[in-house]
Write a protein that binds this ligand. Sequence first.
Ligand SMILES: CC(=O)N[C@H](C=O)[C@@H](O)[C@H](O)[C@H](O)COP(=O)(O)O
Ligand SMILES: C=C(OP(=O)(O)O)C(=O)O
Length: 351
Amino acid sequence: MSLEFELCPKRMIGGSHPCFIIAEIGQNHQGDINIAKKMIKMAKDCGADCAKFQKSELEYKFSKPALERLYTSKHSWGRTYGEHKRHLEFSHDQYRELKQYASEVGIFLTASGMDEKAVEFLDELDVPFFKVASCDANNFPYLEKTAQKGRPMVVSTGMQSMDTVRRVYSTVKKYNPKFTLLQCTSTYPLDPADVHLSVIKNYQKEFPDIPIGYSGHEQGLYITVAAVAMGAKVVERHVTLDKTWKGNDHEASLEPTELAELVKAIRLVELAMGSPAKMMLPSEKGCHDKLGKSVVANKKIAKDTVLSLDMFAVKVGEPKGIAPENMNQLVGKKIKVDVEYDDSILENMIE
Ligand SMILES: CC(=O)N[C@H](C=O)[C@@H](O)[C@H](O)[C@H](O)COP(=O)(O)O
Ligand SMILES: C=C(OP(=O)(O)O)C(=O)O
């Protein structure tokens, strides 16, 4: 039963560890390794924990007819979907180059293995953890094999039902305790009404022994920051160098200034989450000294009078007197001194 685990070397997630922020480069590199490197550096400079790509072995991810279907979208890089995807796919050598570059820059690098063959390659590449994309969350043979490799896993759950997510949990859990489930809606860009952050709470209740996270495809920062306030321990957002570039994901991606702002906002909110214990804090003393209220006399009270509620008012008194929450305890007690209107009632005045 562990709510925390080591996702990357020396980087724990869950519990009170900082939220792990994944900059999803995905296929926003336009098929250009130099842009990919710029994006890795950008992710690091903006304070993200990890740069992520998507690795497919196209013949394993797609059937032949799926690769041959026409792709006429304005985001298409080829005549067919296969040509389009081939343009966006880096080779094994290019992945090795990117991994080397990320380690020089000082940021973790991983990819979602979009099919079993790609997972084999990522295992060989020695990525710190496997990301399972939403489209493989219900791919149970894939999940079984991936979980058995023993690397930590981050599993997204877009397009799935709760029953399937329960099955994902028990399937991965059987082989691998080190995994997290991310709430995700697979719409690009995502309408806020379709985000359903409340699923995070549901997952936390249903799966209390694993950290829960959020993978967002909405525009802007607020929703992801709110996810962290709800306890998301991993967040993933697409990143881009330019939202106007060609590609399905740019519009729902964060540009560098936004990613930096997101990281800053998350760290600030984490700090602000603090402790559930409610108490007056030392930093509140100044305000309490100036404006904290006390019990004062609302009429003259003669020495030896037995006190009753009608003799009191609650005001900012000078000096500070008995706290208003203790006012009822004064009733029936005797006052040892003469008190004027608006005098603070002090402990040492009570018998
Ligand atoms: C579900 C899933 O894989 N989603 C990924 C991650 O969020 C996306 O990046 C897709 O790869 C992308 O939107 C596909 O765009 P196109 O179809 O233009 O290559
Ligand atoms: C599609 C992916 O992720 P998600 O389902 O979290 O959007 C991915 O990691 O490639």
